[in-house]
Design a protein around this ligand. Structure first.
Ligand code: TEU
Ligand code: CA
Length: 599
């Protein structure tokens, strides 16, 4: 953190800027900088992610849908979130739950109609919220008409919308005949080769994800124009931006050299950052985003923190922000959960504050539809500590630097699901990995299930728990598409909205607090005690508006003494009944979280 005098001086300069620089210009002056940051709505927003399949079923078919979302907009408005990120709602055969799109201009039939979408969007706007949608354009479904055409013949006009290559002759089989091998050794994220042989033209096509998710060829200008056009289609409806799925993968090296053993270790990194990635993002920005007031957030698989300013730097004109996975994957090794390491997590957040300056905006999140439940992964979901640890994690997310993203159900402290067998899972990633690893004898079944109980994506995809009625009030169907977590009888929205001490109502207070004080958005961040193994204590300071956040990341009591220079004034919020405590030494109970105003 800069010394306070400098910060104050910077603030003073910032207030001068509009008078000295902008007064002579006739157009509307840009708002004054705040601590060096250009203020915008998406920096000040709290985002809530909806996975439509699991949010609310309105018609009793067991599948969440758009009218279901519309029926819960009051619930979201009351929580105080500003932006909804909707996971894919487009027409799809659902090989990967909508991340395989068949028609970008159509709503998935199970989710409703375009009229339902328009009603939902109007309802969101009426409540002064905004909507960003998922842009999945690294790949389409193999049922998209572009691909249906593309696979027909080598001279089809859509052939070059995708990557088609000849196989490589491999070693001779037992019959003495040469066998064909894929063009290179690229693996798919969903097991096996990233190349699929197609007998119609006897060539292979590329699919980094499922066989039913062929990768688009962005080097073809027609593909890029198609993408820009579908983006305009949704923006013209009034959508406020996009979350861009695996956007760093859009540019490929068309030579497709084999990956080295080193690259194979982390092939996501090798796939990201292709030769034209920045060109294409800048072109997209010029052609689309620059013409609208929108928010963009890239799912930046394979982009290091150091490379991040190249994608989100203001002067780069690419994206507003990206998801960096260092924090959310800090206790993961493939499908295995590693012990949580607070020192590592704190170092990651400090590193973010160093690398991303006032011209590169950040995000903060520890959950989404691809990761297990936040409280089960970073907190303690035991009966004793689930509530305080979920509240502590919410305290952290909503007071750190960057736009916070909450995933549906986090505000209730929803937990991981007690998976017992492969039949309990729906996710294609799990099913393919089971075939590749368990059925081949590489991993014992028990180990595989035990690991995925902690890390499977399906943990976060079980239906929302609305009330104590059958299936948690998610659906009136006998069986939802994925089983409800049996703990819905204790953990559900109905009970939490009514209980003033619930995780929901605590999260609501935190969101209010973030909205009331720009220090939590634009303030300097400083970790007071990076070496402390159980306490995370940091300050957020904007001029004289300064706050201290103290989090006990352990289940036992800890006495924490503040550095002499830091003087607390009053307690602002706490997740336990610690009202009014103002001393220099805090006796924190297990998973206790407090926010103080500083002198
Ligand atoms: O995910 C990209 C991604 O690489 C991972 O997070 C992925 O979920 C998997 O765990 C890798 O092992 C995005 C979407 O968020 C995800 O839901 C989709 O399945 C994927 O892209 C393909 O569209
Ligand atoms: Ca439904």
């Amino acid at each position: 953190m800069k010394p306070p005098t400098l910060t104050t001086f910077a603030l003073f300069l910032a207030t001068l800027a509009p008078m000295t620089l902008l007064q002579s210009q006739s157009s509307t002056p840009a708002p004054a900088l705040v601590n060096g940051y250009q203020p915008t709505w998406w920096k000040e927003a709290v985002v809530y992610q909806i996975y439509p399949r699991s949010f609310k079923d309105s018609n009793g078919d067991g599948i969440g849908d758009i009218p279901g979302i519309t029926s819960k907009l009051d619930y979201l408005q009351k929580l105080g979130v500003n932006v909804i990120w909707l996971s894919p709602h487009y027409d799809s055969p659902n090989a990967d739950n909508g991340y395989d799109i068949r028609d970008y201009r159509k709503v998935m039939a199970e989710f409703g109609t375009m009229a339902d979408f328009d009603t939902m969007l109007a309802g969101i706007k009426q409540r002064h919220m905004r909507l960003i949608i998922d842009l999945v354009v690294n790949h389409t479904s193999d049922e998209h008409h572009w691909f249906v055409e593309s696979r027909k013949s080598k001279d089809n006009p859509y052939r070059d919308y995708y990557f088609w290559r000849d196989g490589k002759p491999g070693p001779a089989g037992p019959d003495g005949k040469t066998r064909m091998l894929p063009p290179n050794n690229d693996p798919s994220f969903f097991s096996g080769s990233a190349w699929q042989f197609d007998s119609a033209t006897e060539q292979y096509y590329l699919h980094y994800f499922a066989v039913k998710q062929p990768d688009l060829n962005w080097d073809n200008p027609k593909v890029r124009e198609e993408v820009y056009s579908l983006m305009r289609f949704w923006l013209d409806k009034g959508v406020d931006g996009f979350r861009m799925d695996v956007i760093p993968l859009i540019s490929k090296n068309p030579a497709f050299p084999d990956l080295t053993p080193d690259q194979l270790h982390n092939y996501g990194n090798a796939y990201a950052n292709g030769p034209h990635m920045h060109d294409y993002l800048q072109e997209m920005n010029r052609n689309v985003m620059a013409k609208y007031d929108v928010m963009t957030v890239g799912e930046a698989l394979g982009i290091s923190l150091e490379q991040t300013p190249l994608m989100v730097g203001e002067n780069r004109h690419e994206l507003n922000m990206i998801f960096n996975f260092d924090a959310i994957r800090s206790n993961r090794e493939g499908i295995k959960l590693k012990p949580f390491d607070l020192l590592m997590l704190k170092a990651i957040y400090t590193h973010h504050a160093e690398v991303l300056d006032t011209h590169s905006w950040d995000t903060v999140f520890l959950s989404n539809h691809d990761n297990p439940r936040i409280v089960s992964t970073f907190g303690d979901d035991s009966a004793e500590f689930r509530v305080p640890s979920a509240k502590l994690l919410a305290t952290m997310l909503l007071t750190l630097r960057g736009t916070p993203f909450l995933y549906q159900g986090d505000e209730l402290g929803m937990t991981n699901y007690p998976f017992r067998s492969i039949n309990d899972f729906d996710d294609i990633e799990v099913k393919n990995a089971y075939k590749a690893n368990v059925l081949t004898g590489k991993i014992p079944e028990e180990t595989f299930i035990a690991d995925l109980r902690h890390t499977s994506r399906d943990n976060s995809r079980t239906p929302m728990q609305w009330d104590e009625s059958a299936n948690g009030g998610f659906t009136t169907a006998a069986k939802p598409w994925l089983a409800e977590n049996p703990n819905y009888t204790q953990i559900n929205a109905n009970a939490e909205v009514a209980d003033p001490n619930s995780i929901y109502n605590y999260t609501r207070k935190l969101i209010d607090l973030r909205h009331a004080h720009q220090a939590f958005v634009y303030g300097e961040y400083k970790d007071l005690d990076p070496e402390n193994k159980s306490i995370f204590a940091y300050t957020r300071a904007l001029g004289s508006d300064r706050y201290l956040v103290v989090l006990n990341f352990s289940s036992g009591p800890v006495a924490y003494t503040l550095p002499a220079k830091v003087k607390v004034d009053s307690l602002v919020l706490s997740n336990l009944d610690s009202a009014g405590l103002v001393t220099d030494t805090f006796n924190l109970a297990g998973w206790e979280a407090r926010i103080y105003k500083l002198k």
